[in-house]
Design a protein around this ligand. Sequence first.
Ligand code: CP
Length: 305
Amino acid sequence: MPRHLMNPLDFSVEELEELFDLANDIEANPKKYEDACKRKKLATCFYEPSTRTRLSFEAAMLNLGGEVLGFSDAASSSAAKGESVSDTIRVISCYADICAMRHPKEGAAYVAAAKSLIPVINAGDGGHQHPTQTLTDLLTIRSLKGRLGNFTIGLCGDLKFGRTVHSLINALSRYENVKFIFISPEELKVPDYITDMLNEKNIEYREVIRLEDTIGELDILYMTRVQRERFFNEEDYIRLKDFYILTKSKMEQAKEDMMILHPLPRVNEISVEIDDDPRAAYFKQAAYGVYVRMALILTLLGIKM
Ligand code: CP
């Protein structure tokens, strides 16, 4: 049976350490890996828009000497004619060695994995999970802070619909002494199933509304955009979209070494004047996404170097 990645918890903490060590080795020695996936094919099946995830998967496979095929829009696939995800993945299994799938419906990648003959990677399923973004976030924190654990992280913005937030909280709940501060308007609070999990594990968290009141406590600030595509009406989106804007004046209250992360795309929630602040790590984070996806492809294909 192929091994899939649906949720960051599919890998143990020890397996993640191995994956991140491999990603760091790939970053340091790219030539060593340039033919590692020769004659292997990655299918990217994206039923929802993407820049980073799809292109970093494709760059990852190309960097490994492999090839890529796929579609970037449901309208250009036979989904537009009514084909099910189950049928599509059975067919893709005949054409490629591994598949990264993004879909607007929660659980779609799980449906695909259940029928697939090749490894399936969940590249984002609705407002549910985005495990490879979490691998990217963890690798960025580990590489730049030197540790996973012993920090206070503030997650700010749309904590209700933001799948990157849900996956990251799940993943960080397994590390020592991580304190969470959830910063959101009342309407966009983190779902109950997440706070229930934190309560069961006795993990410290607080829910607040104002970023200014808490920014000084944070070692990491994880900003997110308001997820327009998941709102039921445009009025609510317009009311909430600029609730948080990280500016230079707010950054004056932050620690000297606070790291700013954002899964991107950014809309308005981080002012562009912050981009030159040495604490802004979101573009480096996007670069780490390629190394970790290279490590993931090698791991799921069982290719040892
Ligand atoms: N972070 C992220 O998932 O970006 P894309 O939607 O551009 O893939």
